[in-house]
Design a protein around this ligand. Sequence first.
Ligand SMILES: *Cc1c(COP(=O)(O)O)cnc(C)c1O
Length: 371
Amino acid sequence: MSQPTNDFIPAAKPIIGDEERAAVDRVLLSGMVAQGPEVAAFEAEFAEVLVAGRECVAVNSGTSGLHLGLLAAGIGPGDEVIVPAFTFAATGNAVRLTGATPVFADIDLDTYCLAPQSVEALLTDRTKAIMPVHLYGHPAPMGELGRIAEAHGLMVFEDAAQAHGAALDGRPVGTFGTFGMFSLYPTKNMTSGEGGMVSVDSEELGRGVRLLRNQGMERQYENEVVGFNNRMTDLHAAIGRVQLTKVQAWTRKRQDNAARLDAGLQGVTTPAVSEGAEHVYHQYTVRLPEELAPARAGILDRLKNEYGVGTGVYYPIPTNELPSFQEPADLPQTRVATATVFSLPVHPSLTDSDLDRIIDAVNTVVGEARA
Ligand SMILES: *Cc1c(COP(=O)(O)O)cnc(C)c1O
């Protein structure tokens, strides 16, 4: 048996260094901290680095990004937007907050992303859009979803909160839909402290999101629509600009870590990568055999307490079953995923010996649970 260790390996570890601190200090010293030139520069740089030059609009969170994107695209009461049930609640929340109805679809168990055949079964004459999530950093099947959308005159919105730099056949996520949203929360693949970035497919939509984030104003006191204050500050943008120079190297390290885990883990289903997909491993999520579902909590306790390995369960409850929604739906793959998945550390700060320890811990503890 491995020795218990004090040196805990956390499930996620934001990397915020001297350059980020210096960037914040530079903005503080300027005396102008609210939305200004840093935000504009961050938007332009994010567009170049991550979404092939598509226009980007920065906001104060990923959730705001989804909400404003939906509103600017005209989604509202009476509309239905098909979303996966297996995701963070923000996906469905954003739809509900516009007054529209989120319709919860099932996933494909291989990739944990929205299943096109489930989407097709839920189409009605009120369906206005499909909003796939590039869950864990794996791109959703945008080709098939795009064909369904085209056949039925629907928009596609991308929840790319977890997928900075993910791509399908070389095309980055956030460039497929009417809009895409990237979260900049600290545990995501890059951060601005809190924040979100919306990539848009037209100038008109970009203008719509810009108006909504700032009280409906383009020129001061000439409010054109009723809007929010969902602006990003220059302090946050300054952090994000530094992180943007590092995110691609961090992604390569995540992918290397994932390859090592793939090669070493036994007794669990390791993440699949679809043909043509670039997975950026926001999470490295494995699945237990279904008969071990009742043992999951105990396995994760042992990984933490005996081996110092942090884990997470994303997500234990389908959105439609949360107390905030309570909408029964028959989603068999989602049910399997919620009961059997757990995520292991894959972040760029892991050392080779951390990875060996994670592999040894999982193989031992899951092996004993199977015995
Ligand atoms: C993090 C996340 C969001 C929300 O982003 P915030 O920046 O936390 O508001 C939305 N969708 C998914 C899938 C997420 O993981």
